[in-house]
Design a protein. Structure first.
Length: 116
């Protein structure tokens, strides 16, 4: 059974930092590209960042570029999202997504709240 478990969310003041983690089990992790999405109340889920299966290529939404960094450790079946200079607009539930060959899995999400 495939599981993606996000952790590291919480409440932080504007300008602060959080590090989210996505831990995977039940799949050959090194084959999967990993994405982070987020969904704020009343808004659609939006792309945040992605990393290829090898970790060599990353991509970011314009809204987080320069503030967030995605990385992965295939030996530990995990992906990190380092979030710096957080803004109230970053408040959302953050979801980890794994994709390979037309198959996609989602985690349950972790809440990030940034106070002004």
């Amino acid at each position: 059974q495939v599981q993606l478990v996000e952790s590291g969310g919480g409440l932080v003041q504007a300008g602060g930092s959080l590090r989210l983690s996505c831990s995977a089990s039940g799949l050959t992790f090194s084959r999967y590209g990993i994405n982070w999405f987020r969904q704020a109340p009343g808004k659609e889920r939006e792309f945040v960042a992605s990393i290829t299966s090898s970790g060599l290529l990353t991509n970011y939404a314009d809204s987080v570029k320069g503030r967030f960094t995605i990385s992965r450790d295939n030996a530990k079946n995990s992906v990190l999202l380092q979030m710096n200079s957080l803004k109230p607009g970053d408040t959302a539930v953050y979801y980890c997504n794994a994709r390979f060959a037309g198959t996609a899995y989602w985690g349950q999400g972790t809440q990030v709240t940034v106070s002004s």
